[in-house]
Design a protein around this ligand. Structure first.
Ligand SMILES: Nc1ncnc2c1ncn2[C@@H]1O[C@H](COP(=O)(O)OP(=O)(O)OP(=O)(O)O)[C@@H](O)[C@H]1O
Length: 225
């Protein structure tokens, strides 16, 4: 079952002489529960794609349907709600709040959204992430891999249906990369989520259900593995 579909999606930056067509005519369909890797050369439009899918930026043309809703038609307020409730973001920089402990960092999206905190779920999440004995520590007391696990927990706090990750292991060594990717895969299986990961790492891409290759703002080849 498709959870996300784009039709003729395009994004341009700037005008006239400085206009850049970052994405052109993107038609993709992603299924619920799927793990998709987005690969492509630097500047090809991968981050732009993730920003559009996550509602961080608006498309210049075309449609993005998520769960049957055209997110381009949402008001700014509703788009913010879509971002907060339906999407979990994980970036290369962990972007944790240094003065909050691990549990508080994970709960932050719920606190910002004034939502009730489901203690059972949050504790289960922390356990799955292998952070139970670290819950009261500050981010600075954790290794890079542990910090990224916290960022994954924060992305999952609102039980989003889609996890979007932009080079999530770009700052990690190969062993920690494998751990973090295994965790992401385990999480999406357990919570029936969809995972879309931008990566330059061939090993990560090879473990995805599907690879979407973007070159010069266009999908060049979709590969099933
Ligand atoms: N805010 C912006 N204003 C103007 N141009 C932009 C903006 N954001 C991205 N671009 C341009 O759009 C194109 C696609 O950029 P994008 O960041 O999506 O590429 P990428 O594939 O993620 O690159 P990388 O692998 O280097 O991170 C590039 O030519 C970039 O310079």
């Amino acid at each position: 079952m498709s959870i996300l579909e784009t039709v003729n999606l395009g994004k341009s930056y700037g005008k006239k002489d400085i206009k850049v067509d970052a994405l052109k005519n993107i038609d993709i369909e992603i299924n619920k529960g799927e793990f998709v890797a987005i690969i492509g050369p630097s500047g090809s439009g991968k981050s732009t794609m993730l920003h559009l899918l996550g509602g961080l930026e608006r498309a210049s043309s075309g449609v993005i349907n998520v769960n049957g809703i055209d997110i381009g038609k949402l008001s700014d307020k509703n788009l913010a709600e879509y971002r907060r409730k339906e999407v979990g973001f994980v970036f290369q920089q962990f972007n944790l709040i240094p003065v909050l402990n691990i549990k508080e960092n994970i709960e932050l999206p719920l606190m910002l959204g004034n939502e009730d905190i489901d203690e059972v779920y949050i504790n289960e999440l922390i356990e799955m992430l292998g952070l139970t004995d670290r819950a009261n520590h500050l981010p600075s007391q954790l290794s890079g891999g542990q910090q990224q696990r916290v960022a994954i927990g924060r992305a999952m706090a609102t039980k989003p249906s889609i996890i979007l990750a932009d080079e999530p292991t770009g700052n990690l060594d190969s062993k920690t990369t494998e751990e973090v990717m295994n965790l992401l895969k385990e999480s999406i299986k357990r919570y029936n989520q969809t995972l879309i990961v931008i990566t330059h790492d061939k090993d990560i891409a090879s473990k995805a259900d599907r690879i979407i290759n973007i070159v010069d703002g266009e999908v060049k080849l979709e590969k099933s593995i």
